[in-house]
Design a protein around this ligand. Structure first.
Ligand SMILES: NC(=O)c1ccc[n+]([C@@H]2O[C@H](COP(=O)([O-])OP(=O)(O)OC[C@H]3O[C@@H](n4cnc5c(N)ncnc54)[C@H](O)[C@@H]3O)[C@@H](O)[C@H]2O)c1
Length: 325
């Protein structure tokens, strides 16, 4: 059997899908999460694997994290736990750094001591490059870039810490710079996921609000495609930072139109002035992930959105939101 994988942030949106995928591959999976934004309900499928799956409600900054890593001696750590929002990081940069820097160091130290072979880390392709000069942006554009939010700053700094642990302690890594991820289990109450937020409101017949003029663009990648990149990184991509997106720019207005068509929502959006710390345009060049991991995005935006909405309908998401009005 392949080695044990420890997934931090395992009860989160991306983390829970990663747990499901690794369990399906026959791995033993240990999930760690403090449930600050993650949900135990996201792990329903993983629990079905019985003794192959273990969950710990632990903060990655705590000493208890080291005990868990020591006990299970994972071959691989997929480190996803993070303060994962741009706006919260602007409001409280110290908290962001405590989770995204000190928490990261606690995880890396524990992994190095336990003899872990590799850490797979997710950084933010939407923030580490700052405002890119050319699109789609290539990985090398991060050198000398200036992230415009504390979240982007801590995510960018993580690469240097990972490189330090690789050099000094022999702990290998692959960093995946993710575009805007969307799909099943994304929290519609989070501040990052425009697809989940708009879908919930439209399903409830309520009017979504678009920050700014809605012509700002993002690169939207489906969660299953991201999970596939994480799985491939277990054995490939040593010492690399790789973009994981689609290379395509999609405006927020376009997302609104596509979701309105899938859901049958006939209203217009409301517009408000944009908040600080946000980019105008971004799309990620993913040629390197193709070459190094053998990874390509599979899911067309229209298909991914339709699947996300179908899942939300199954969960009764719109009905609940309408009731909470
Ligand atoms: N979703 C995206 O579009 C996107 C884009 C780029 C990068 N990322 C990165 O991917 C990772 C996963 O993001 P996600 O979208 O699944 O977000 P998420 O909020 O659903 O997942 C993060 C998980 O980490 C847990 N967590 C937070 N602080 C913790 C702590 N101190 N100790 C233990 N657990 C803690 C949360 O409870 C949550 O389950 C994050 O590192 C995020 O920065 C996400």
């Amino acid at each position: 059997m392949q080695g044990t994988v420890l997934v931090t942030g395992g009860a989160g949106f991306i983390g829970s899908h990663v747990c499901d995928r690794l369990l399906a591959e026959g791995r033993r999976v240990i999930a760690v999460d403090d449930l600050s934004t993650g949900r135990i309900a996201n792990l329903a499928e993983a629990r079905g694997y019985g003794p192959l799956f273990t969950f710990y409600n632990v903060d990655i900054r705590a000493d208890a994290l080291r005990t868990v890593v020591e006990r299970h001696g994972p071959e691989i750590v997929v480190h996803l736990a993070a303060q994962a929002g741009v706006r919260p990081s602007v409001r409280d940069p110290q908290f962001d750094a405590s989770v995204n820097v000190l928490g990261l160091l606690n995880v890396l130290e524990a992994a190095a001591v336990a003899g872990t072979r590799k850490v797979v880390f997710t950084t933010s392709g939407g923030t580490i490059y700052g405002e890119p000069r050319t699109l789609p942006v290539k990985e090398r554009a991060r050198h000398g870039s200036h992230p415009v939010s504390p979240y982007g700053i801590t995510k960018k700094a993580a690469e240097d810490y990972l490189e330090f642990y690789r050099e000094a302690r022999g702990l290998d890594y692959t960093i995946l710079a993710l575009a805007n991820v969307y799909g099943r289990r994304q929290d519609p109450h989070g501040e990052a996921g425009v697809v989940a937020i708009f879908s919930e409101l439209m399903l409830a017949g309520r009017q979504p609000t678009i920050n700014d003029d809605g012509n700002q663009t993002r690169d939207y990648v489906f969660v299953d495609d991201v999970v596939h990149a994480v799985a491939l990184s277990a054995d490939k991509g040593s010492g690399h930072l790789l973009n994981i997106g689609t290379g395509l720019e999609t405006s927020v207005n376009r997302i609104f139109q596509l979701l309105a068509a899938v859901i049958g929502y006939r209203g217009e959006p409301r517009f408000t002035p944009g908040a600080g710390g946000e980019l105008r345009r971004i799309a990620l060049d993913c040629e390197a992930a193709g070459r190094i991991l053998g990874w390509r995005p599979w899911t067309h935006l229209e298909d991914g959105l339709a699947e996300t909405v179908a899942w939300m309908r199954e969960q009764g998401v719109g009905a609940k939101a309408a009731g909470a009005r």
